[in-house]
Write a protein that binds this ligand. Structure first.
Ligand SMILES: CSC[C@H]1O[C@H](OP(=O)(O)O)[C@H](O)[C@@H]1O
Length: 352
């Protein structure tokens, strides 16, 4: 079994097929940008950072094969290849911003183009695309450590924490964001227990987060999404940490559907509710959560389980994949630069 969502070496990219977990641990080859697009769209790979990394690496593969071809003896062709490829990948899923953020970085061609030297440009582009994985793991470990330090300060040394969806090694290049905070708390012997929600309808919690926690022998209990309030009351949950797909400039945070109500419930029980996310997930062009496009997915995700119909034929279905936790319900946003109050984020806008 494996927790490595992405396997890459120059010329070869494989992703762990997360639609088959936890029963089957099987890798899929990604040979082109279209393969990358399909894997992201179908959610064979998911998780805001992982989506961006697979997107970048799928370009490096195509890029490597194509850039050796004579068509790329032209700077404008290479620039068009990069920009068009990223635009295709961004269109796979609209809510998570990390793919868009990567596309914006690479469309600033001076970050990789060596004017007048095509060979050097290709080499620099490839190296930059390949550096995304290592950078993500480094960022996640900083998120984990900043989050653990903050939560130990606010909650104490016996943290009983709840998390939602999957934000671990299966949603990133490794270690994770919210699950990275949990890993750091466990490493620091400050973690008493983790409660993870199923996260209907895609079940990232029961299929993926439970898999990661069992794999690493972190003490954890799986609960249904509807059990959260009772679990806080009965099981002494004293903190909630979740990931994010897009954080607006004012701190409103889009995350897996069900997150908004976790923030409301945390307020009711007066326990801290944290968002854990890298700065690549913060969208300073988005003033508030009202501007975040929420992906709606197939009704089949609610009416069928394992291909077997469980809901009456003809019933209407509403299946938004995300919702928005408002900034006023968020205790802190845990990032690789430290932990910020939602209204402090805007001050980080032009900080490198
Ligand atoms: C660090 S992953 C962040 C985010 O991505 C997940 O969404 P999905 O599984 O649909 O890609 C979930 O919202 C996580 O919190």
């Amino acid at each position: 079994m494996s927790l490595e969502a992405i396997k890459y070496e120059r010329g070869s990219l494989e992703i762990l097929d997360q639609l088959k977990l936890p029963l089957i641990s099987e890798y899929i080859r990604i040979r082109t940008i279209e393969d990358g697009y399909r894997a992201i769209k179908q959610m064979n790979v998911r998780g805001a950072p992982a989506i961006a990394i697979v997107g970048c690496l799928s370009k490096s593969l195509t890029n490597q094969k194509q850039v050796d071809r004579k068509e790329f003896e032209d700077e404008n062709l290479l620039k068009t290849f990069v920009v068009d490829g990223f635009n295709r990948l961004v269109s796979a899923r609209p809510t998570a911003v990390n793919m868009t953020e990567a596309a914006q970085r690479y469309s600033q061609v001076d970050s990789w183009l060596v004017r007048g030297d095509l060979k050097a440009s290709k080499t620099r582009l490839l190296a930059k695309l390949e550096s995304e994985m290592e950078a993500d793991i480094k960022t996640n470990k900083l998120i984990g450590d900043h989050g653990a330090e903050e939560i130990r300060k606010i909650v104490g040394e016996q943290v009983t924490i709840l998390t939602h969806c999957n934000t671990g090694s299966l949603a990133t290049a490794g270690y994770g964001t919210a699950l990275g905070v949990i890993r750091s708390l466990y490493r620091d012997k400050a973690l008493y227990h983790v409660f993870c929600t199923e996260t209907r309808p895609y079940n990232q919690g029961s299929r993926l987060t439970a898999y990661e926690l069992v794999y690493e022998k972190i003490p954890a209990t799986l609960i249904a999404d509807s059990m959260v309030s009772a679990a806080i009351k009965e099981k002494g949950i004293n903190c909630i940490v979740v990931g994010a797909d897009r954080v607006a400039k004012n701190g409103d945070s889009a995350n897996k559907i069900g997150t908004f109500q976790l923030a409301v419930v945390a307020k009711h029980f007066k326990i801290p509710f944290y968002i854990a996310a890298p700065f690549t997930t913060i969208d300073f062009n988005c003033e508030s959560g009202d501007q975040i496009v929420i992906e709606e997915r197939s009704p089949k995700e609610l009416t069928k389980i394992g291909g077997k119909r469980i809901a009456a034929e003809g019933i209407n279905v509403w299946n938004p994949a995300f919702d928005v936790a408002p900034a006023e319900l968020i205790e802190g946003i845990i990032t690789e630069r430290g932990v910020f109050k939602p209204d402090e984020l805007k001050n980080q806008m032009n900080v490198e």
